[in-house]
Design a protein around this ligand. Structure first.
Ligand SMILES: C[S@@+](CC[C@H](N)C(=O)[O-])C[C@H]1O[C@@H](n2cnc3c(N)ncnc32)[C@H](O)[C@@H]1O
Length: 197
């Protein structure tokens, strides 16, 4: 985490604390954990709320080709920074809530995974649910996975919401040395019996 990135983050947080949801970029351990399960062979990848690009760099390091990585960032300053840092990726300065209304980003080839740094817990519930619903209905393959971190003590989608969305959740682990400590969950379409979290 560089001083420049911390400053960028702090400025963005001062502009809109609830949209940014953190005062500093995520650390390397959280980046490794949230991208651990992403297999570039399963299709293109969408990242939501990349900020300064900590997860983006780790996804590229894991072998996701830049042209098969779409970055969805609502903050225009972060979007500009991402365009400069990762010119071969597709950076879209937009609200992730619109993904459920837009055409699939990679055409007929749906994404194999979505990695999200969105502050789901600080959004209105309707909006958070619409984002997740939109990903599964418009952007992800049938067996595609959604990877989300949270600073909260439990799954960011409670059992009733998981059931409403037809999803199951798996706790992938925690990055206790992250500031603040964070946990990662993986969501996929429910196949048989749902798991209670
Ligand atoms: C907690 S920060 C995470 C940044 C980065 N992934 C990290 O871990 O360092 C949340 C990010 O989500 C972005 N964001 C918040 N709401 C958004 C939305 N509705 N659509 C797209 N990006 C959003 C913020 O601008 C910010 O970059």
């Amino acid at each position: 985490m560089t001083f420049t990135d911390t400053l960028l983050f702090l400025r963005a947080w001062l502009r809109d604390p609830s949209m940014i949801g953190a005062v500093a970029p995520s650390g390397a351990a959280l980046a490794r954990l949230i991208t651990r399960d992403v297999d570039p062979r399963n299709g293109p990848v969408i990242e939501l709320g990349p900020g300064t690009g900590v997860f983006t760099q780790t996804l590229l390091d894991r072998g996701v080709p830049a042209h098969r990585l779409a970055l969805i960032e609502a903050d225009p300053t972060f979007a500009n920074t991402l365009t400069q840092r990762f010119p071969a990726t597709r950076v879209l300065n937009m609200d992730a809530a619109h993904l459920g209304l837009s055409e699939p980003l990679f055409g007929s080839e749906r994404a194999g995974a979505v990695v999200s740094g969105l502050p789901l817990l600080s959004m209105p519930r309707d909006k958070a649910l619409a984002i997740v619903e939109g990903l599964f209905s418009r952007q992800l393959r049938k067996d595609g996975t959604f990877h989300q971190f949270t600073y909260g003590p439990r799954c960011p989608l409670p059992p009733d919401e998981l059931s409403e969305l037809g999803l199951e959740a798996t706790h992938m682990g925690s990055a206790l040395l992250n500031l603040p400590p964070a946990s990662v969950y993986r969501f996929r379409r429910r196949t048989s019996i749902s798991m209670a979290i």
